[in-house]
Design a binder for this molecule. Structure first.
Ligand SMILES: NC(=O)c1ccc[n+]([C@@H]2O[C@H](COP(=O)([O-])OP(=O)(O)OC[C@H]3O[C@@H](n4cnc5c(N)ncnc54)[C@H](OP(=O)(O)O)[C@@H]3O)[C@@H](O)[C@H]2O)c1
Length: 308
């Protein structure tokens, strides 16, 4: 990728897309094509074809997707599978058709089986049943991985796939109906702090999760775009996990909330433990730099400045 290469960031207004834009701009890339919903609906095949014809990207970061937390994934399965299949199929296909040099597809660690051996190595894909709450989303993402591999095998198209763990950071979604666990907790603790109420969380807090700051992920995308040309998808995470209870305590301290916490144990915990093996991406020279404490602190500051 040269500094003046035409680089499409599909989903440039999203949390990941905007972090990739920040990362590339900070490195001096000058020819970024910021693919946002106001310019293009990536679910529409004809429009995507016209868009690629007009924009002529040389490199593509595929960060546009329908994304949501456990509740959204469970309640809107049809939308999650349909829109994600449409977006990724259109972008991968047109990237190949219009001679894109390399494409990076962003999947998610939910592609792995519910009871995968921990830490999860890349080779555990499709070795067991998926977590049922987000199986529709996961199947779409697995299809994206397989599509990249198929285009590589049949047409020699350089498409790679990166599977990030749970992400957080600036531009995250803090809507309690659709957000992931970490931003949802920030919002609920903040509201409880301001309103003198008690925050209620799903599950019993025993599930273990890994969290990666989105700026570390953006650097992982950059490193993979430069140095990874393998057929197999590649994990991106910290390789370290915490219980949801520990996460709650970190956020509670950052927010300054001193009251009680309520756990709704009638609601699902989701997969009991999920931490990625990140040996493969670390071998490329990448490693996360932002600690969970530091990342939550700056994300809370972002939240207060934008929504507080
Ligand atoms: N967030 C996480 O914790 C996480 C973890 C692992 C993997 N990932 C992966 O990272 C990628 C990006 O996620 P994210 O967290 O950045 O999500 P996000 O903040 O929701 O960003 C997704 C972006 O895609 C855009 N988009 C959705 N449908 C579109 C369409 N039909 N046409 C044009 N644009 C469309 C959205 O636009 P609007 O804002 O207008 O809807 C949004 O800007 C996804 O592939 C996701 O699976 C995320």
């Amino acid at each position: 990728m040269k500094k003046d290469s035409r680089i499409l960031i599909a989903g440039a207004n999203g949390m990941v897309g905007s972090a990739i834009v920040r990362n590339l701009e900070s490195k001096g890339y000058t020819n970024l094509i910021k693919g946002t919903r106001s310019d293009i609906d990536f679910t529409n095949q004809e429009d995507v074809e016209k868009y690629f014809c007009l924009m002529e990207p040389e490199y593509v970061f595929l960060a546009a997707a329908k994304v949501g937390g456990i509740m959204a994934n469970k309640n809107y399965k049809a939308d999650f599978i349909t829109e994600n299949l449409q977006i990724q199929t259109n972008i991968i296909q047109q990237s190949y058709n219009f001679g894109v040099k390399k494409l990076l597809f962003l999947g998610s660690s939910c592609i792995y089986p519910k009871f995968a051996n921990q830490p999860i190595t890349e080779d555990q894909l499709m070795t067991g049943s998926l977590e049922s709450t987000n199986d529709a989303y996961a199947i779409a993402k697995i299809t994206g991985v397989k599509m990249c591999q198929a285009y590589r095998e049949q047409y020699g198209f350089n498409a790679i796939s990166l599977m990030p763990t749970n992400l957080y950071g600036p531009n995250d979604n803090f809507n309690p109906e659709t957000s992931h666990v970490l931003p949802a907790m920030i919002r609920k603790f903040h509201d409880a702090h301001v309103n003198d109420s008690i925050p209620l969380f799903w599950g019993d807090g025993s599930a273990m999760r890994e969290f990666l700051h989105v700026d570390d992920l953006a650097e992982a995308c950059y490193v993979c775009m430069h140095h990874y040309n393998g057929e197999e998808h590649i994990n991106a995470g910290t390789g370290e996990d915490v219980t949801i209870k520990v996460l709650a305590n970190i956020i509670r301290n950052v927010v300054g909330y001193v009251g009680d916490i309520a756990w709704d144990t009638t609601k699902p915990n989701g997969t009991p433990r999920k931490v990625l093996n990140v040996d493969k991406i670390k071998a490329l020279g990448w490693e996360p730099k932002i600690s969970l404490q530091e990342g939550i602190q700056s994300t809370y500051e972002y939240f207060v400045n934008h929504y507080g």
